[in-house]
Design a protein around this ligand. Structure first.
Ligand code: ITT
Length: 206
């Protein structure tokens, strides 16, 4: 049976500032005090699983165990159809230790162009995926996953968002996530869709 969240405090188990801002916005309507893994000085656990679910569980349970509080983790990434789902769970790794997404976006575009002869001829369909895991210190967890489909563009556009946002145009829109203002991205993103599922299951509004 699923468990509802009733505690006064929640750890947002991420060290990614872009995600943290989006998760804070999503949780803004709930009467809960949020503290980030970074604020608590929690170490970043190694993400050793090959699935979004597996890595979301690692992060949420590590933070819940270390803090003694419920913890919410997001494992996410961009899956490109023309690259057989890459970078997928390795989306952060493609940016290297410096977390520089300029070269990571360039690699996506380059690999598509190499595989299809040119970027224009490539299968440019992609989807962002977000898996959210809400874990409690006693080991219980709730897990949800959602996607946001779209198309890739060759040249990055827009200063907003984070990660691969500047090369991703969500279906039904003309702007990249990097060009949209944060509220617009938050209205339709994979993370918002996943949070909607978690909300129905676990969160009671104020
Ligand atoms: P934490 O594990 O500390 O949460 P992380 O950045 O390492 O931070 P992931 O392992 O889940 O997180 O990696 C996901 C990567 O996928 C992330 O670094 C981004 O580059 C990319 N990504 C995920 N959601 C995204 C979004 O909404 N917009 C752009 N890129 C996104």
């Amino acid at each position: 049976m699923s468990r509802r969240f009733t505690e006064p405090k929640l750890v947002v188990a991420t060290h990614n500032k872009g995600k943290l801002a989006e998760l804070r916005a999503l949780l803004g309507d709930y009467p809960v005090e949020l503290v980030s893994a970074g604020d608590l000085g929690l170490p970043e656990p190694e993400e050793t699983e090959a699935t979004f679910e597996g890595n979301a569980r690692i992060k949420a349970h590590a933070a819940a165990r270390a803090s003694g509080l419920p913890a919410l983790a997001d494992d996410s990434g961009m899956a490109c159809a023309g690259l057989d789902g890459a970078p997928g769970v390795y989306s952060a790794d493609w940016a290297g230790p410096g977390k520089d997404f300029g070269p990571a976006m360039a690699r996506v575009v380059r690999e598509l162009a190499e595989r299809f002869g040119s970027f224009a001829e490539a299968d440019r369909a992609a989807a962002f995926v977000s898996c959210l895991c809400l874990a409690w210190p006693d080991g219980h967890d709730e897990i949800v996953l959602a996607r946001s489909p779209g198309q890739l563009v060759e040249a990055p556009r827009g200063p907003n968002g984070f990660g691969y946002d500047p090369i991703f145009v969500p279906d039904g829109f003309g702007q990249t996530f990097g060009e949209m203002d944060p509220a617009q991205k938050n209205a339709i993103s994979h993370r918002t869709r996943a949070f909607q599922l978690l909300k129905e299951r676990c969160f009671t509004p104020a």
